[in-house]
Design a protein around this ligand. Structure first.
Ligand SMILES: Nc1ncnc2c1ncn2[C@@H]1O[C@H](COP(=O)(O)OP(=O)(O)O)[C@@H](O)[C@H]1O
Ligand SMILES: [Mg+2]
Length: 211
């Protein structure tokens, strides 16, 4: 069994991933556990350059296939340079988004074939899969509301249709992998969510012999 503990956080923007990652970091610090926090796309200088290409608003001609390959390329570098060495080093790795986001956004929402996404990401991930994943789930309007704090206009509502597909995709993925993916109601308070996150994390740390 590979060493370290690989934890990912998934969910729409505004569901509280960053907030919960910070809460979890505090706990790991208190326990003096060695960990790193990282994010996708990005996490290394090369992967951050790829992130810039993906997110550049001028790249309007980018095809969905190109986008998926760039995410996979960024992930390959991130795994080789950051995630895999940290796990080998027996550290806890906390990552903000990973392959489940690709499946939900590029697969379920943009409708690229899941088969192709699995194949290119198997190659990119080199066997490195999360031990534990938290899916922060709430309805799309609540999540968006936390980001803007304003009434939704027409464009927000169009975007809301896309977000609903992403959310449904995430829930399907979680249904296939109940053991790894813990779905948490993101409408609960920061403390309540953290308690659930910590319960599962503690158990995983114990199973790995890290505490
Ligand atoms: N459980 C919660 N209840 C209410 N507000 C929250 C909760 N978790 C996070 N927030 C707030 O919602 C906003 C988005 O949270 P954030 O952690 O940045 O989400 P994400 O990283 O998933 O986009 C922030 O202003 C944050 O303070
Ligand atoms: Mg965030």
């Amino acid at each position: 069994m590979r060493k370290g503990l690989f934890i990912t956080f998934e969910g729409l923007d505004g569901t509280g991933k960053t907030t919960q990652i910070m809460e979890l970091e505090k706990k790991l610090q208190q326990l003096n556990l060695s960990y790193i926090t990282t994010r996708e796309p990005g996490g290394t200088p090369i992967a951050e350059k790829i992130r810039e290409i993906i997110l550049d608003p001028e790249n309007t001609e980018m095809s969905s296939q190109t986008e998926a390959l760039l995410y996979a390329a960024s992930r390959a570098q991130h795994v080789s340079e950051t995630i895999s060495p940290a796990l080998q080093n027996n550290q806890v790795v906390i990552c903000d988004r990973y392959f489940d986001s690709t499946l939900a956004y590029q697969g379920y929402a943009r409708e690229l074939t899941l088969e192709a996404l699995y194949q290119m990401n198997e190659f990119a991930m080199q066997g490195i899969k999360p031990d534990l994943t938290f899916l922060l789930d709430t309805d799309t309007q609540a999540a968006s509301g936390r980001m803007h704090d304003k009434q939704m206009d027409r464009l927000d509502l169009e975007a809301d249709f896309f977000k609903k597909r992403v959310r449904a995709g995430f829930l399907k993925i979680a249904d296939f992998e109940k053991e790894r993916i813990k779905v948490i109601n993101a409408a609960l308070s920061v403390e309540q969510i953290h308690e659930a996150v910590w319960d599962y994390t503690k158990e995983a740390l114990q199973n790995k012999g890290l505490v």
